[in-house]
Design a protein around this ligand. Structure first.
Ligand SMILES: Nc1nc2c(ncn2[C@@H]2O[C@H](COP(=O)(O)OP(=O)(O)OP(=O)(O)O)[C@@H](O)[C@H]2O)c(=O)[nH]1
Length: 283
């Protein structure tokens, strides 16, 4: 991902979202299951006010199963239906239609009372960059992706994908920005690889990743690299470097190369399934 958000972009994104949302019954918010808070837009609760809501913990194949459930419970307590998903493999997609019906239960019931029986639920996918919005739309729409085209009352040019008798999905996702003003959010986005590595000190980031693993996922580092986790972070990193041949002249650790290896492993789940945020923590 290589997004640069400027005030102009944000205003435009917000305007598009505000325009599209008028047509929408259900806002499907895709977040990264490893950082369910940091990968949300700070304004989403306002933007999606008075709409049916569904939060998808995407990339749940990479996140901690125990924390997936805690997050699902956390959002449920706030009255928002939340499901975990792996858009890449399609795991969790089957449950979507019934989840959508559950999320839109009130709207469907209201329609029924008015004698409207078959008006589809109109849904839109939103989320910050790189959370997997397009992958989800493709996986969900699948081959049965029938575009319903421009209908009366629908802004010209918008395409609706008919997903079932009850659901139509806007084909383009709404892209929103993350909460920039929080250092924790920036760090968490960087750790999962949703920031441009060129603007980050990757050596510091790898240090953070190792410290986090050492403190929260005991056993993962030793299993992946065969290192002693009781050592200090820097010693652990040097030990990984020695094992992985990340050495410069004079047997000095090549921290840049090492950071690349550690971050790559961290982001792809090779050091285990990891969730960086727990419900209730401040970001
Ligand atoms: N492991 C895993 N990877 C996923 C999953 N969903 C998406 N990805 C990967 O995440 C990356 C980003 O996915 P996209 O679908 O392009 O994300 P997006 O939100 O549409 O991104 P933007 O277009 O930048 O807004 C891709 O490399 C996907 O293959 C998932 O459930 N699990």
């Amino acid at each position: 991902m290589n997004y640069q958000w400027y005030p102009g972009h944000m205003t435009k994104a917000r305007r598009m979202m505000e325009e599209n949302i008028k047509l929408i019954d259900l806002v499907i918010e895709v977040v990264d299951a490893r950082i369910p808070m940091s990968s949300r837009n700070p304004d989403i609760d306002n933007l999606a006010k008075n709409k049916a809501r569904l939060i998808l913990l995407n990339k749940s194949d990479l996140s901690d199963e125990r924390l997936n459930q805690q997050w699902i419970d956390y959002f449920a307590q706030k009255g928002v239906l939340c499901l975990k998903l792996n858009s890449r493999s399609g795991a969790g997609i089957k449950q979507m239609n019934s989840a959508i019906e559950r999320a839109c239960h009130e709207k469907i019931e209201r329609d029924k009372k008015k004698g409207i029986m078959n008006r589809p639920v109109r849904a839109m996918v939103v989320g910050i960059p790189n959370v997997g919005k397009s992958t989800f739309i493709n996986a969900y729409a699948g081959r049965a992706c029938a575009k319903t085209g421009n209908k009366p009352g629908v802004t010209k040019g918008k395409q609706w994908i008919k997903l079932s008798k009850t659901v139509e999905l806007l084909d383009t996702p709404g892209i929103l920005w993350p909460k920039f003003d929080s250092e924790i959010v920036g760090r968490n986005l960087a750790l999962i690889g949703s920031m441009n590595d060129e603007v980050i000190n990757i050596e510091d980031l790898a240090f953070e990743a190792v410290t986090f693993l050492k403190n929260n996922y005991s056993g993962n580092l030793s299993e992946r690299y065969g290192v002693d986790e009781d050592e200090e972070t820097l010693e652990i990193m040097d030990a990984i470097a020695a094992k992985r041949g990340c050495l410069k002249r004079g047997a000095m650790t090549d921290y840049e190369k090492l950071a690349g290896i550690i971050l790559d492993d961290f982001r792809s789940g090779r050091i285990g399934r990891i969730t960086l945020e727990k419900p209730g923590e401040e970001i």
